[in-house]
Design a protein around this ligand. Sequence first.
Ligand code: AMP
Ligand code: MG
Length: 400
Amino acid sequence: MSLFLEVVSVAEAVRAVQKIAPPLGYEDVPLEDALARVLAKDVHADIDIPGFDRSTVDGYAVAAAETTGASEAIPAMLQCRGRVGMGSADAGSISPGSCLYVPTGGALPTGADAAVMIEHAEQIGDDILVHRPVAPGENVVVRGEDFRAGKVALERGRVLTPREIGVAAAIGADRVSVVQVPKIGIISTGNELVPVVETPGPGEVRDANSYLAGAFVTERGCHPVYFGIVRDERAVLKRAVSSAVDRCDAVLVSGGSSKDERDNTAAVIAELGEVLVHGIALAPGKPTIIGTARGKPVIGLPGHPASAFVVLVAIVDHLLAAMRETTVSRRTVRARLTQNIPSTRGREDYVRVSLGNGEATPVFGKSGLLNTLVRSEGLVRIPASSEGFEVGEEVEVILW
Ligand code: AMP
Ligand code: MG
């Protein structure tokens, strides 16, 4: 077995995948189909939002100056001349010494510049006793305060979550321009692999990686295309990779990514294109390949599912984000370590941890165990420059 003489850093590997990410083009989709897509263009507000000054409370629309000095003991007295109707084009007006009842979201009448919360006023017949002063603008959102007509409300590169979708609707974007969904070919290679529907015989294991990788890319707004299990034979793998790159925008091959003579992935990529990286200073995940075949990115993942998953998180995520013209977004929490995590300088280590009570406990299973994937809540990344973390140290945990 030849050695990994030229491993690259994780940062270099990330740059390599970002460089080979092919541009995919854009399409217009109705807003209701836009969830998880990435905005290809900035979206501008078509009108001022809100389109009118409005109250943020149930209460009374007033001229703030008329409440100056108001207190429980000496309230300001205003005459209530009725109420502002929701959605009515004319919110009316108030004259000195008067106010109008306004519900939350109702338009401020002419002459009013603040709203008194109903809790801070007392109604006696037609009179309103105001127990607390309000400043001009208090409990009011002014026209255009939320979004200004013609200004960017949602920037390109944003992933559309329900929150962005709601804002897009409010600013009149019933269709949005989004990046095409990347099609990601998925191949598992290994003579020992059997489909999940089969019970493995001696020496056999079920193909977990097709599903693991397929779910990972789906979760990131990509479309997996499954090419199944391929035997460890160069010609067979070459045919599979070849048809996958023809039909997809990028391809993930798991297994056979090391440098054993039975490992064909690197040779196949070299025959169809170019191997750019073979070996990353990453643990687990060192035997990883980055290359291109007929101009499309092909990533060789280690066969072991837990290692494959770390490579998906540390490297492939950046490829998918680059293809989608967005950035990797990670949910993280900070937690104190309950144990030391030793690490080798010069290598980026990813240690699975379980979380509880603000503490992170490393899950150090033997390499090769699958259960660590589901008995952990996330990963602690130990940079290549560090020799590890000590018990009690606060670390950042990348949540799965
Ligand atoms: P390899 O990277 O091909 O040397 O495989 C390393 C280990 O991962 C071996 O024990 C394989 O049986 C296992 N493995 C490879 N591919 C898969 C897969 N698709 N699903 C589950 N385990 C796999
Ligand atoms: Mg193998």
